[in-house]
Ligand binder design. Structure first.
Ligand SMILES: [Zn+2]
Length: 318
């Protein structure tokens, strides 16, 4: 539910694509680059994240990126993946939106046959860019809307409240798309309220800070709004000091429809199963809690009802 495809770029593929495209990386070896992946804060992560995107230039590059992710996802036991991409991070470098969407779609189309994984694509707006830029991106995406299930909102949260993107979300809903938004990761509960009431989102990405507002928790529970929580990301970005202090059990106890996700797994120390295993070990979650988390993921997904029911039956039979 919460996976940025650009955040799945592993050092091996970064070097291979750099060589293919004649891009020089500021790292001599894969080992040196891998060491750079242990950044110390949000800004050093974002600096590396955007610098490495320079290797993504052609349709083949985006297809190879998504293929590599899906191969790892299969090893991790993932059955369905709803995948974010950031068009503005590519169009700003002169890569066309069509190149990005065609490349990703090629890999996603093959995913069910190759990896037994169903997929959806979610187009995110960078919230630290302007509302006008988001509108321009949405208009440019109109020819490809049949490939896109939902719109989302990501990048640096604080200072960029959801309400800034009211207009583009209204257009997305008019076009029949689902809506999600990052909110309540570093930003306050007020941003979660805005995502719900101003943007009309179907899911909240992160939302861990919603726990600070009892009325908000009651609203999220009553409306069965899913929260896509990313435990290893929260620790690496210092949203939470220690995994053992993660609020996931409190969120489950509150009756929130919470899910476990990997965010930018190449950078944050693990993919989907790694996150499940980490919270199981650090928080002492039992099989029933893990089963609830797996069920929640399918309930939170944008699958059609028949496919959702089939996946839920598989979880129940496990
Ligand atoms: Zn994210």
């Amino acid at each position: 539910m919460h996976l940025h495809i650009e955040g799945t770029l592993e050092p091996e593929l970064a070097f291979a694509l750099a060589a293919r495209n004649g891009v020089t990386l500021p790292y001599a070896t894969e080992d040196e680059l891998r060491r750079a992946y242990s950044f110390s804060d949000l800004q050093s992560f974002l600096d590396l994240y955007y610098a490495l995107m320079a290797v993504l230039r052609t349709e083949d590059d985006f297809a190879d990126l998504a293929h590599a992710y899906l191969a790892r996802a299969e090893e991790q036991g993932v059955r369905h993946a709803e995948i974010f991409f950031d068009p503005q991070a590519h169009t700003a470098r002169g890569v066309s939106l069509g190149t990005v969407i065609r490349g990703l779609s090629r890999a996603l189309d093959a995913a069910q046959e190759t990896y037994g994984i169903t997929t959806r694509l979610i187009m995110c707006f960078l919230r630290d860019e302007s509302a006008a830029s988001a509108l321009e991106t949405f208009e440019a995406a109109r020819p490809y809307l049949d490939r896109i299930t939902a719109v989302g909102l990501d990048s640096a949260e604080v200072g960029h409240p959801p309400s800034k993107f009211k207009e583009v979300y209204a257009l997305a809903r008019e076009a029949g798309l689902k809506c999600v938004a990052h909110a309540g990761e570093e930003g306050p509960p007020a941003y979660v309220w805005e995502a719900l009431d101003v943007l009309g989102v179907d899911r909240i990405d992160h939302g861990v800070r919603a726990l600070e507002d009892e009325r908000l928790v009651a609203r999220l529970v009553a409306d069965r709004i899913p929260l896509t929580v990313c435990p290893l990301s929260n620790v690496r970005l210092r949203v939470i000091d220690d995994l053992a202090a993660h609020p996931l059990p409190a969120m489950l106890d509150a009756g929130l429809l919470v899910t476990v996700n990997s965010d930018d797994p190449a950078y944050f120390g693990g993919y989907a199963h790694d996150n499940f295993a980490a919270v199981r070990d650090a928080l002492g979650l039992d099989d029933a809690a893990l089963r609830t988390l797996a069920r929640n993921s399918f309930e939170a997904s944008f699958l059609d009802e028949a496919t959702r029911a089939a996946y839920l039956a598989e979880v129940d039979a496990y």
